[in-house]
Design a protein around this ligand. Structure first.
Ligand code: CP
Ligand code: NVA
Length: 301
C-alpha cells in the first residue's frame, strides 16, 4: 500500500477525517478509563523542529510514549540541518531509521521537498502555510461540545495566517461556512481561498464576521518568523481584537477557540479566553488524542 502523508487537511478524504475525529474521541475516553493501547510498540517518530513549540512537541512525544513507541526531538541547533545538510538528504537518512517523521518548518515547499525524499509517512507540524494537526484538535473539540459542525458558521478574526488557511481547508472538508475578517494586506492564501468557493467569505469587518457565528477563532497577530513586524502588526490589527463586545454579537451558545500561545490584551481579551465560551484548554489537550488517532491511521492503517 502506498504510504500516506499528512501535509494538509486535503491529504485525507472527508470520511477519513471524520473517522479520525471519532477515533480521537474514543482514544480520549479509553485513556480516561485507564485503558492502555500500544499499537505503535517499537515504532519511532522523528520530530524535526525548526521553530519553537510547546504543545506540538509534548503532544507528539506523549502520544508515542502512550502508544508504546518512542519519539526523537531534532532541532537545527544540534543536528547537521543547522550546518547546512540539505533537507533532501536529511529526509533520506531519517526515513531509513524511523517509522514516521513530523516536521515543523517555515516554507511549506521545504516540507514538500522533505516529503518527496522520505520513505515513511510525513506529518506537518506547522509551516508558514498551514497547521493541519491543530485543526484535528479543533474539530475534535467542536464535535465533543456541539456535535457535527456541518452547516455551522465559523468566524475567523485576525491574520490570514497558517491557522486561517487551515480553517479554509477545514470548511471544505467538514462542510461549514467560514467568514474571515482580516485587514487588507493580511489576506489568507489566495489559491486555498479560491478553491473553497462560496464556503468561505472574506468580509473584513469583525462584527460582520461575528454576527450569529457559532464559533469564533483567532490567533496571534505576529506568527513565528514575523517577530520584527510585531509593532506594525499591532497597529494594523488594533480593531481585530476578540473581546466581550464582539462575542456578544455571536450565537447564544457560541464557542471561542485559539490554538495558543495567546496574547491577552492583543488578539484576544482576557474576559474571552478565560471566560465561559472559551474551550482553549480542551483544544490544547485534544492535540494529544487527535494526533494519536493520526499516528495510528498513518502507521497501522
Ligand atoms: N498550537 C501549537 O501548535 O502550539 P505550539 O507552538 O506550542 O506547538
Ligand atoms: N500562527 C502561529 C501559530 C502557532 C501555533 C505561528 O505560526 O506562529
Amino acid at each position: 500500500m502506498a504510504i500516506r502523508h499528512f501535509l494538509s487537511l486535503l491529504d485525507l478524504s472527508r470520511d477519513e477525517l471524520r473517522t479520525l475525529i471519532a477515533r480521537a474521541i474514543d482514544l480520549k475516553a479509553r485513556r480516561q478509563n485507564g485503558e492502555r493501547d500500544e499499537p505503535l510498540k517499537n515504532q519511532t517518530l522523528g520530530m524535526v523542529f525548526e521553530k519553537s513549540s510547546t504543545r506540538t512537541r509534548v503532544s507528539f512525544e506523549a502520544a508515542m510514549a502512550q502508544f508504546g513507541g518512542h519519539a526523537i526531538f531534532l532541532s537545527p541547533r544540534d543536528t547537521q540541518l543547522g550546518r547546512g545538510e540539505p533537507i533532501e538528504d536529511t529526509a533520506r537518512v531519517l526515513s531509513r531509521m524511523v517509522d514516521a517523521i513530523m516536521v515543523r518548518t517555515f516554507e511549506h515547499e521545504k516540507l514538500e521537498r522533505f516529503t518527496a525524499h522520505s520513505v515513511v509517512p510525513v506529518i506537518n507540524g506547522l509551516t508558514d502555510l498551514v497547521h493541519p494537526c491543530q485543526l484535528l484538535a479543533d474539530m475534535q473539540t467542536w464535535f465533543e461540545r456541539r456535535g457535527d459542525i456541518a452547516g455551522r458558521t465559523v468566524a475567523w478574526i485576525g491574520d490570514g495566517n497558517n491557522m486561517c488557511n487551515s480553517y479554509i481547508n477545514a470548511a471544505r472538508q467538514f462542510d461549514f461556512t467560514l467568514r474571515i475578517a482580516c485587514p487588507e494586506g493580511y489576506d489568507p492564501d489566495a489559491s486555498l481561498l479560491a478553491a473553497a468557493g462560496d464556503q468561505v467569505n472574506l468580509v473584513r469587518d469583525p462584527s460582520v464576521a461575528a454576527q450569529d457565528a457559532d464559533l469564533v477563532v483567532t490567533d496571534v497577530w505576529a506568527s513565528m518568523g514575523q517577530e520584527e513586524e510585531q509593532a506594525r502588526r499591532a497597529r494594523d490589527f488594533a480593531a481585530y481584537q476578540v473581546n466581550g463586545e464582539l462575542m456578544s454579537m455571536t450565537a447564544t451558545d457560541s464557542l471561542f477557540m485559539h490554538c495558543l500561545p495567546a496574547h491577552r490584551g492583543e488578539e484576544v481579551a482576557a474576559e474571552v479566553i478565560d471566560g465561559p465560551r472559551s474551550v482553549v484548554w480542551d483544544e490544547a489537550e485534544n492535540r494529544l488524542h487527535a494526533q494519536k488517532a493520526l499516528l495510528e491511521f498513518l502507521l497501522s492503517g
